[in-house]
Design a protein around this ligand. Structure first.
Ligand SMILES: N[C@@H](CCC(=O)N[C@@H](CS)C(=O)NCC(=O)O)C(=O)O
Length: 203
């Protein structure tokens, strides 16, 4: 397998999962700070100009959550067995995409500005923080009754949530009002696989 990669949160979902599953994968660097994602060579791989992109056995997959589902389906590990369980895994991955990622992306602009030198707008960051405060209670409530997003067992869904909670916290979003989310993040970050996951300085 090959993974087009930069050590930012969306590719980290995949590299975290690779470490958890113990899978070998060649990392092909795409330097977002230098704009390599907009070069024709990379746009031929992913016309959306975004990482991660996985190449496996003739299959090209972009979208981090699709790659996690692919790992779950192909390995049968860290992924529910029943159809209902697998659909719930997708439910929480879609929830992350739809309800958390847009706001997290705005909060993470603080880090993006540091890495790429692109100016950021504090009003946009504040809008992201306000949006996160309206949606995080849903996760806080879920984690009152579940150690991990799918219940008692760590899963590939957690590989998606950890890098996002990590980046918002590193960008200065306070989890003080979300004690279960904060504890979940600390437990996730303590995992050996996360310790080995490539990351940007300060992340
Ligand atoms: N929905 C995509 C988002 C991928 C994405 O936005 N990746 C960022 C890095 S974390 C990127 O490639 N950004 C390039 C750019 O903004 O030009 C996924 O889940 O994989």
């Amino acid at each position: 397998m090959k993974l087009y990669h930069f050590p930012s949160p969306n590719p980290q979902k995949v590299t975290f999962a690779l470490k958890e599953l113990g899978l070998d994968c060649e990392l092909i660097p795409v330097d977002l700070a230098k704009g390599e994602q907009r070069q024709p060579a990379f746009l031929a791989v992913n016309p959306a100009g975004r990482v991660p992109v996985l190449i496996d056995d003739g299959t090209t997959l972009s979208e981090s959550h699709a790659i996690l589902a692919y790992f779950g389906e192909t390995t049968g590990r860290l992924w529910p067995v029943s159809a209902a369980g697998r659909a719930q895994a997708l439910q929480w991955l879609f929830f992350l995409s739809q309800h958390i990622m847009p706001a997290a992306g705005e909060v993470a602009l603080r880090i993006r500005a540091r890495v790429t030198g692109v100016a950021m707008d504090e009003a946009v960051v504040a809008r992201g923080e306000a949006a996160l405060k309206t949606v995080l209670p849903i996760i806080e409530n879920r984690l009152q009754h579940n150690q991990w997003m799918l219940g008692d067992d760590f899963s590939l869904v957690d590989c998606a949530y950890c890098p996002i909670f990590n980046v918002i916290e590193r960008a200065g979003f306070s989890l003080a009002g979300f004690s279960k989310v904060g504890a979940y993040l600390e437990t996730s970050r303590a995992r050996p696989a996360w310790q080995e996951t490539p990351r940007l300085p300060g992340l």
